[in-house]
Design a binder for this molecule. Structure first.
Ligand SMILES: CC(C)(COP(=O)(O)OP(=O)(O)OC[C@H]1O[C@@H](n2cnc3c(N)ncnc32)[C@H](O)[C@@H]1OP(=O)(O)O)[C@@H](O)C(=O)NCCC(=O)NCCS
Length: 174
């Protein structure tokens, strides 16, 4: 597959498209892992148009992954305190019928390139501990498990995650 186009999300129509894709992918992928009620709650709380708009205002950078003129996935880098040397990959999703074709790798390598440019030394993320296919993907991409993270997210739900991390090499490390 040719390298997809990856660009920063800006403007309400692009945010609408990301929220619609989140709705599609979450309902396909996460219902069997966390149940429909938690999917509905988390989509409303974290991936609605207003939630994404608020995150962008607070410093999250969302990127769309576009192939053949269509949005096929998205990811986001979340702000971390200055001087920490770390960045959080807050989301990474590829449309179900296009998974397994190299798009996730392309997006992650792009994100790692951004981290490299920003002087980030470590990229980390959280992933549901029962999301085994995605954990395997992150292992394949060089991440390893650092910690268990259980977070109360309100509504009677909690996120039961692993924190996974990968060192970002600098030129002078080589
Ligand atoms: C996880 C996800 C982003 C990966 O994207 P993808 O486009 O399917 O992955 P790719 O095709 O780029 O795979 C990249 C590499 O990981 C490997 N890989 C992918 N899934 C794997 C699995 N389940 N087990 C082992 N290896 C896997 C591929 O073989 C490939 O290896 P290679 O490039 O060395 O040949 C995508 O499948 C997805 O959106 N999943 C559902 C939502 C989700 O869980 N998102 C993450 C939330 S934290």
């Amino acid at each position: 597959m040719a390298f997809p186009t990856i660009k920063i999300v800006s403007g309400s129509s692009e945010i609408d498209a990301v929220a619609a894709l989140a709705h599609e992918i979450w309902n396909q992928h996460f219902v069997s892992i966390i149940g429909q009620a938690q999917v509905d709650y988390m989509l409303h709380r974290f991936q609605s148009v207003s939630a994404i708009t608020g995150q962008i205002s607070s410093g999250y950078i969302y990127y769309t992954i576009t192939d053949g003129g269509h949005i096929v996935g998205y990811f986001a880098l979340a702000p971390v305190p200055d001087g920490s040397g770390e960045a959080q990959l807050s989301k990474l999703y590829v449309r179900k019928n296009l998974q397994g074709r190299g798009l996730g790798r392309a997006a992650l390598e792009f994100a790692e390139g951004l981290c490299h440019q920003m002087g980030v030394r470590k990229l980390w993320l959280t992933v549901n501990r029962h999301n085994s296919s995605t954990i395997d993907f992150y292992w394949r991409m060089g991440f390893s498990i650092e910690a268990d993270v259980v977070q109360d997210i309100g509504g009677g739900f909690e996120m039961d995650d692993y924190r996974m991390a990968k060192a970002i090499a600098r030129e002078d490390d080589k």
